[in-house]
Design a protein around this ligand. Structure first.
Ligand code: 13P
Length: 280
């Protein structure tokens, strides 16, 4: 059996026509919320802290936290680093036993993107870890990365990128964006479908705010991993604000309620991506 959890859950997703939710947790509470949601849904899940979260708590602490959270459930819990342009940090995560990292050199020209991604793939594979890469440019704000303008990926470019980098999963720019949408994007479902025939899992970034129908269609076209970040941040802050209105709320009860709100919201995505009949 494939030992790497990231490769394993994405392979299973492709084989079963489902997608795995990859959620940008912020701390222990949100990590616990997501793992309990995955446990209830009986689905694997990918915890993918952003670089800012990892810098705040430390590579080893986040790895230790994932280990503790894994003990709460039998479902597979993958630890994946999201959008990293800092090679040293990505390599430190790999050495610390993280399952996978996303290296994002999509802001560079094609050859540099390939060269730097390829180097990460070689390093990761020699340590039993996996790599996700980005081709084309996905717009919006994700943690430290701010890209006002996107650039669509093409089939030819994506295939060359796959062949030259040997990444374990690819995020092609298909029209989604990080953050809240001002208007609904027009997605390149065709590219996702064309890539389905090649042996690599497709990742969709910018999941927050997409309509349910787009999610279902992306999964039918072959998307195997769908990223959710802004939606978790929003429910975390909104529920915190609303519970703080009760001036007498004990801190642990406050944490419990915020965790519950986050967990319920994330469970919907996890189940929707498993093709369950869920409204979001
Ligand atoms: P959203 O913040 O739009 O959900 O995007 C998440 C993402 O793609 C993280 O890489």
């Amino acid at each position: 059996m494939e030992r790497n959890r990231f490769v394993r859950v994405l392979r299973e997703a492709r084989q079963t026509g489902k997608a795995v939710a990859a959620i940008n947790i912020l701390n222990y509470n949100t990590g616990r919320a997501v793992v309990l949601a995955a446990h209830r849904a009986n689905r694997p899940v990918i915890l993918q802290p952003s670089v800012g979260t990892v810098r705040r708590y430390g590579v080893e602490t986040v790895a230790g936290m994932a280990g503790i959270l894994r003990e709460m459930t039998n479902v597979l819990v993958v630890l994946h680093l999201d959008h990293c342009m800092d090679e040293e940090l990505a390599f430190a995560c790999i050495r610390a036993g993280w399952d996978s990292v996303m290296v994002d050199y999509s802001g560079e020209d094609f050859q540099d993107n390939v060269k730097r991604t390829r180097r990460a793939v070689e390093y990761a594979h020699s340590h039993g870890a996996a790599v996700e890469g980005e081709i084309g440019v996905i717009s919006g704000v994700e943690d430290e990365i701010v890209r006002e303008k996107g650039h669509p990926a093409s089939l030819g470019e994506t295939l060359r990128y796959l062949q030259e980098t040997q990444v374990d999963a690819v995020a092609p720019a298909i029209g989604t964006a990080h953050g809240q949408y001002k208007e609904l994007p027009r997605l390149n479902f065709g590219l996702v479908e064309q890539l389905k025939g090649y042996n690599v899992p497709i990742v969709v970034h910018g999941g927050t705010g997409l309509p349910e129908t787009d999610f279902r269609r992306l999964i039918a076209c072959g998307a195997a991993k769908i990223n959710i970040s802004t939606a978790l941040k929003k429910v975390y802050l909104d529920s915190a604000r609303s519970h703080l209105a009760d001036a007498k709320i004990p801190p642990l009860e406050f944490d419990r309620r915020v965790e519950e709100a986050c967990s319920e919201a994330m469970e919907k995505f996890i189940r929707l991506f498993a093709n369950e009949d869920i409204r979001i």
